[in-house]
Design a protein around this ligand. Structure first.
Ligand code: IMP
Ligand code: MG
Length: 179
C-alpha cells in the first residue's frame, strides 16, 4: 500500500507563492494589452488555472503538449522531446509566457523555447512552479520561479507519478518504495 506523499510544499505555501508570482507578472506586463499563457500539458494544468485567475493583465490561454518523461529513460532518447499537441493560434507578435510545472533536466523547456522563438513572438518568457537545479542538463533561463527543490520525485498540484496523484492539493515527495 502506498504511503501518502510527504509534504514538501504545503497548500498554504503554494497559495502564497502563486499570488506573489501573479503580482510580479501583472507588474511586468502592465503596459501589454494581451498576454498569451501557454500551459505545458499535463503537469501545469493546476498551476496555470490558479495563476491565470490571479492575473489582472488581459490574457488568453493556450496549451501545448510534449512527450513525457518515460521516453528518456533509455540512453538513446536522452534529451529528446517530441511535440504531441500544438497551440491553436499563431503567436507571432504576441507576448508569450510559458507556464510549466517543473524544470528538471531542462530539455523540455529548451525544446519549447526553440520551437516558440522560431514563430516570432513579441516576447517569450518562462514561469515554472518548481526547479530541480541538481538535475540540469540544458541551461534554461527561468523568468518567474516558485520553488527550488532537491532531486526527489514530487507529485501533486498537477504533477504525477504514472498519472497518479495529480489532484493532491499539495506538493509531496514520493517515497522511493512507492515508485
Ligand atoms: P525536463 O525536460 O527534464 O526538464 O522535464 C520536465 C518534465 O518532466 C516536467 O514538465 C514534468 O512533466 C516531468 N517531471 C520532472 N520531474 C518531475 C517530478 O519530480 N515529478 C513529476 N514530474 C516530473
Ligand atoms: Mg511538465
Amino acid at each position: 500500500m502506498a504511503h501518502p506523499p510527504a509534504p514538501l510544499v504545503t497548500e498554504e505555501e503554494i497559495r502564497h507563492k502563486v499570488a506573489e508570482l501573479a503580482a510580479t507578472i501583472d507588474r511586468d506586463y502592465a503596459d501589454v494589452d494581451s498576454l498569451v499563457l501557454v500551459g505545458v500539458l499535463k503537469g501545469s494544468f493546476v498551476f496555470l488555472s490558479d495563476l491565470a485567475r490571479r492575473l489582472t493583465v488581459p490574457n488568453r490561454i493556450e496549451f501545448i503538449a510534449v512527450s513525457s518523461y518515460g521516453d528518456r529513460e533509455s540512453e538513446e532518447h536522452l534529451g529528446s522531446v517530441r511535440l504531441l499537441m500544438d497551440v491553436r493560434h499563431d503567436i507571432a507578435d504576441e507576448h508569450v509566457l510559458v507556464v510549466e510545472d517543473i524544470v528538471d533536466t531542462g530539455h523540455t523547456i529548451a525544446y519549447l523555447q526553440r520551437l516558440l522563438t522560431a514563430r516570432g513572438p513579441a516576447s517569450l518568457k518562462l514561469c515554472t512552479l518548481l526547479h530541480k537545479p541538481d538535475r540540469t542538463e540544458a541551461e534554461v533561463a527561468i523568468d518567474y520561479l516558485g520553488f527550488t527543490i532537491p532531486d526527489v520525485w514530487v507529485v501533486g498540484y498537477g504533477l504525477d507519478y504514472a498519472e497518479r496523484y495529480r489532484t493532491l492539493p499539495y506538493i509531496g515527495e514520493l517515497a522511493a518504495e512507492d515508485r
